[in-house]
Design a protein around this ligand. Sequence first.
Ligand SMILES: C[S@@+](CC[C@H](N)C(=O)[O-])C[C@H]1O[C@@H](n2cnc3c(N)ncnc32)[C@H](O)[C@@H]1O
Length: 459
Amino acid sequence: MNARKVALECLLTLSHTSASIASVVDSAFGRYTIDGRERRLVNGLVYGVIRWQRHLDWVLNQFINPRFQLDARHRNILRLGAFQLLHLDGIPAHAAIYETVQLATSHHRKSARGRKAAGFINAVLRSVQRKGTSLAYPPLDANPIEHIAISLSYPTWLVKRWLQTRGVSWTLAFCRASNQIAPLALRVNSLLTQREAVCQFLETNGIAAKVSKIAPDGLVLENRAITAFDATGDQSLKDILRREDIYVQDESAMLVSHLLSPKDARFIVDLCAAPGGKTTHLAHLMGNTGKLIAADVSTEKIALLQKNCQRVGVRNLETRVMDATKEDIGFIKTADGVLIDAPCSGFGTLRRHPDIRWNKTFDQIRALSEMQYNLLKNAAQHIKPGGILVYSTCSIEPMENEEVVQRFLTEFPMYTVENARRFLPDVPANAVTPQGFLQTFPHEHGVDGTFAARLRKVV
Ligand SMILES: C[S@@+](CC[C@H](N)C(=O)[O-])C[C@H]1O[C@@H](n2cnc3c(N)ncnc32)[C@H](O)[C@@H]1O
């Protein structure tokens, strides 16, 4: 099956469902036989078009009469063509245009309608090729919101918000870094093997990896274009990585479990645990001993967590399905540490999930911050004196991070912040805020945006 056809099918599915990009691409790879190189192209095209959607539409609209009504199919064919011309290296312009025009004709083969559509797409893409890189954007100094939103492809409301709270240079740097392709990072279970042994194993499969600079158990694949969907020979990378001693996880997420000092703990509770990234890490850091309870509101997600925990040999686990904002969670009262890895906007993970910029609204962030506070509040009364409560998100929004923790500390003055630096000696100095919270950013640390606060109940 032709890679561009598969990519177009994925884009059309994404334009009328709320499915995640990963699930749509994964399901397409399940339906069609596509080799490793083509899989990489499908992946690059689908993620790239979604990431650059606003920029692509703005460029295309310079060459399309505004009265002309484009249907979703032709809009997405044009986006695919413009993306290859403007953002993808390695595909000659004539090949990108020819292959994209073929997508239009293949649908209405040789009909007058098909020829007309092909002629239109060909003409628009030739204009993009000639003039697409020399268009004048709204100037940065006079109109920074639209300049950044259009040239870097973000919704206006988000850019406006970041400019107001963080300023121009932060917003530019963050938006640029969040448009990069994130490398695949792996956490190695050092109870079972060493990072170097996994590096060697990957190398024998033709995959170069290096040791993480910030996460003690982390490895990072050198080639950013490699995704979990890739295949080497007749084995997919997903199969290669289905080892007991490896878990795919961003380097910044690998830092959070350390904040619970799990090596010294006998009992830890993970209240928003699925799909189990941090649960599996906690089990590993606890030496697979003591007791670990993982809870989540979703039955399906707990089933996935159980599968993941089984794969990596977790032996100290109990699971619960529950709403941790309101149900009785009295069982946490003897825990040494409780983790709340709260549901959040995910804006720290835009490199991996480019679609969330288009799907989230300000009202959702406000509702999330209320829910995040309620998760902390429900846990607060049960934590034992001296017990540890770690709150984390993969967000960069103060409204979901510092402000939630500040509100909590005002309502529950028996909690105090313990500086993350003591538990994460190797992270860069600017990854710990003056208040002692962990906060990473893609543009500063080359990893996802992760926030975490370690709180101790003092009485
Ligand atoms: C950020 S994800 C957790 C990721 C996980 N800790 C990991 O490292 O793989 C947030 C999780 O919280 C769960 N969740 C959402 N609302 C919840 C609630 N009220 N009570 C318990 N879990 C909840 C979601 O189902 C989701 O699995």
